[in-house]
Design a protein around this ligand. Structure first.
Ligand SMILES: [Zn+2]
Length: 499
């Protein structure tokens, strides 16, 4: 996958993976309903330097297997059909033709995980050692049919050496213990996903509506497992508070120590090649309080409130995460409402100041990875969603809001996870809320060369801009809306975490 380095929503440098823009999806078919299950047995060696894969196909084998990463052919060591004539199989680029393999036939192949072939991956992260553990993109080794038909699925079982675990982004098959087994579902094959192998123990983090599967990889010094768990749980609880439940049932959460930065999490992103997953590269030396105050985890996990939105419309996915990263921290008490408004005001200013003359939001989004106009895109999206939130609340006396629309959307439209355009999402939001709010905003701002004008909404809810500062006025027509947006929610960050 092509990756790019980006500026985070608060203006600091950090790589951004196209994954959250090229995001992926998830099993739509319950395990029991699938009829044709191909079985992949994956065996990893004790040093995590190579793997063997045995793939047995249900029925007629696919004519072609594909791998997502351009580095997959270089990592491929050897392969053969498992039959009397064990003819070799070999990739040609990212395709591998299967010939003369019998019905229900199997193939075997081995893959080098030791690296050294990352020339096609600009981030160098196709496969990466994290301490003694290994992070590797699925696309490097997972040769699979490009498409799965309805009722067709792949079940992947990992055979791990004693003491080693796997973290995978797919749906765990219940009752498959002792071997970790997953159904991959019908996600597009080319959406990035990754697995980790190592000496970690996957930690279930229970929040309303979901059990996050947290794996904390090796580090020197090792990360504080309990602090990392508390941090992820706090962020996930804050996101679950948006409408009562966490939006993805069992996401993979990877925490990878060893990042060199002042910030606790200089780099993080969401991938959608399995269930939606979030990966955090952390400086494990920072104290827990720094993590709790940091916006990164609330931002990344807020991405999961939306399905995969096409990268040309990243203003919507980034806008949603950027809006909620402050709102949910105010609601949990991790920061004060005044602090949240100040951070948003500063963000809007950065977005406005960085808007290139004559460039529409749509153009700025398409060019974002090349031109680096992240602030305009992220904060324009956040501004549009704030305008929508305030308008829904104004019309309904706070009974409707962006939260309630997302609750309805989660019920109808998050699973499976196909690709949406921003226009489709906004049309659905209007349909669900019964109001023409989102389409109107779309028409007003997406083709506009100006940053969304917040003057009248500031006046209405009692925010007064004084240069770079914003003040919360005691009197304004709809102070109630301002206060409702940031009002303390059902989940409150424990005071012990803020010490
Ligand atoms: Zn983001």
């Amino acid at each position: 996958m092509m990756r790019a380095t980006s500026i985070g929503a608060d203006g600091r440098l950090g790589p951004l993976v196209a994954g959250l823009l090229v995001c992926g999806s998830v099993a739509s078919t319950p395990a029991a309903a699938a009829e044709r299950i191909h079985r992949y047995d994956v065996t990893v060696d004790a040093e995590i330097r190579s793997m063997r894969v045995k793939a047995c196909f249900a029925g007629l084998p696919p004519a072609v297997l594909v791998a997502e990463s351009l580095d997959a052919p270089a990592a491929f060591v050897e392969g053969k059909a498992v039959m009397e004539r064990r003819q070799p199989i070999q990739p040609n680029g990212t395709e591998m033709r299967l010939r003369d393999i019998a019905e229900d036939g199997c193939i075997e192949y081995s893959v080098n995980l030791a690296g050294g072939y990352t020339k096609n991956d600009l981030s160098g992260n196709t496969t990466k050692r994290v301490g003694r553990d290994l992070f590797t993109e699925v696309g490097l080794w997972f040769w699979r049919p490009a498409q799965l038909a309805a009722g067709e699925d792949i079940e992947v079982t990992f055979f791990m050496p004693e003491g080693l675990s796997v973290s995978a982004p797919w749906r765990p098959v219940e009752g498959a213990a002792p071997r970790p087994t997953y159904r991959i579902g019908r996600a597009e094959f080319d959406r990035p996903a990754a697995v980790a192998f190592g000496r970690f123990k996957e930690i279930p983090v229970e929040v309303p509506g979901a059990v996050l599967r947290l794996a904390i990889l090796d580090g020197a010094p090792p990360a504080d497992i309990e602090a990392m768990r508390a941090w992820i749980q706090d962020a996930a609880m804050s996101v679950a508070g948006v409408h009562g439940r966490f939006p993805v049932p069992s996401p993979q959460i990877l925490v990878m120590p060893g990042a060199r930065a002042q910030e606790p999490t200089p780099w993080a992103y969401v991938l959608r090649g399995g269930q939606a997953a979030a990966h955090f590269f952390v400086n494990q030396r920072r104290p827990l309080r720094d993590y709790i105050e940091d916006w990164t985890a609330p931002h990344e996990l807020s991405h999961l409130l939306l399905p995969y939105v096409t990268s040309h419309d990243a203003w919507l996915s980034e806008g949603m995460a950027t809006y909620y990263q402050n709102v949910i921290r105010a609601r949990s008490g991790a920061i004060s409402p005044a602090d949240a408004w100040q951070r948003m005001h500063a963000g809007f200013k950065r977005g406005r100041d960085s808007a290139a003359k004559g460039t529409t939001l749509e153009q700025a989004t398409v060019r974002m990875f090349r031109d680096g106009g992240y602030m305009r895109v992220y904060w324009s999206g956040a501004a549009i969603l704030m305008l929508a939130d305030v308008e829904l609340r104004r019309r309904s006396d706070n009974r409707q809001s962006l939260d309630t629309v997302l609750a309805q959307f989660a019920d109808c439209c998050l699973d499976p996870d196909p690709e949406w355009t921003a226009r489709q999402v906004f049309e659905k939001f209007d349909e669900l809320s019964g109001a023409e709010v989102f389409r109107t905003l779309y028409d007003a701002h997406v083709q506009s060369t100006a940053f969304p004008d917040l003057t009248s909404v500031y006046a209405a809810i009692g925010l007064e801009a004084l240069g770079g500062k914003v003040e919360m006025k005691a009197e304004a027509p709809r102070v109630d809306i301002r206060d409702a947006i940031m009002a303390r929610g059902a989940y409150v960050t424990p005071a012990a975490l803020l010490k």
